[in-house]
Design a protein around this ligand. Sequence first.
Ligand code: AMP
Ligand code: AMP
Length: 330
Amino acid sequence: MNNQYTIATLGSHSALQILKGAHDEGFKTLVIALNKQISFYKRYSFIDEIIGVDAFSKFPEIEEKLKDKKIIVIPHGSFVAYLGMEGNKKMTLPYFGNKRVLDFEFDRVKQGNWLKESGINTPKEFKNIEEVEFPVIIKSFGAAGGKGYFLVNNKQDLIKKIETFKGQQYVIQQYVVGVSLYIHYFYSSLTNKLEIMSMDRRYETNVDALGRLPFNVPPSYVVVGNSPLVLRESMLPEAYSMGEKVVKKSQELIGPKGLFGPFCLETIITPDQKFYVIEISARIVAGTNLFIEGSPYADLLYNEPMSTGRRIAREIKNAIKQNKLDQILD
Ligand code: AMP
Ligand code: AMP
């Protein structure tokens, strides 16, 4: 029955993982790729169809052509980066996930409140310059992938930096000194169970290179790639508990469907073994690409290689079997 459906996504971010997972679960696969990257995606035999575009912003035109096929779109980081929140919401093809979550993900104030009200530990935020405890990180609202973040260690620099934002919205957040850990979850609304699929650390330029320099250089946080990490087992129950709290709160804030499918809590762990959750991504994150063949955590739950991409396809397959596709598509 699956093979009547085609799983489709934009060609970047985690497309290869998503489409390999879909193929392994018996779906047809389609990638919408930039024309200059068609030859790259042709290398992979698990991709059945490639549609070329000059720019991802042309996606709505392609959508029109795909209307009559049984397509299910899997969103990832590039959907947000290249189509924006409104572009995602306007999508008419069946979309895996709850689009209402986008409002809470995009608005830093709403996202901050969601995390705080979940009862998990988050960095302090400062409204008033006089109250700021340094160091702090300033984040503009539109910033993504760590671009446009500034670390500030004194009031004078803070005032200067804020002036450069010229009317743009921003938040001033406690800078948490510790080890970063990105936890990849999957919440199934079919089984009401949360699964930790994998974890990663991001590698960011230049902040992850500064330890090699004997002099001071301002850090930046532009992500380059990801490396694996396993967590002390004694901290794993807390990792599960944080994910469960965020899902539960989403059902109150966003409506009964709440957050489901893949999501990631971006944490920093301090020397007293406390997690600080700095952000939530309510979809598949690119760090899961490390684990196309599964991860230590997925292996504990599945006796077969289970990536997050494949887990999404498995969920869709289960929903088809149970006649509950409406429950997981928007
Ligand atoms: P790209 O497909 O590389 O143009 O990236 C699309 C969006 O996903 C951008 O906002 C990137 O910052 C983000 N992104 C891509 N790769 C990663 C990664 N490995 N970790 C975190 N974010 C990423
Ligand atoms: P984000 O856009 O929230 O994923 O953050 C990108 C990167 O900025 C993170 O991976 C961290 O290296 C850094 N970062 C963001 N917020 C904080 C914080 N409150 N304390 C320390 N580092 C942070």
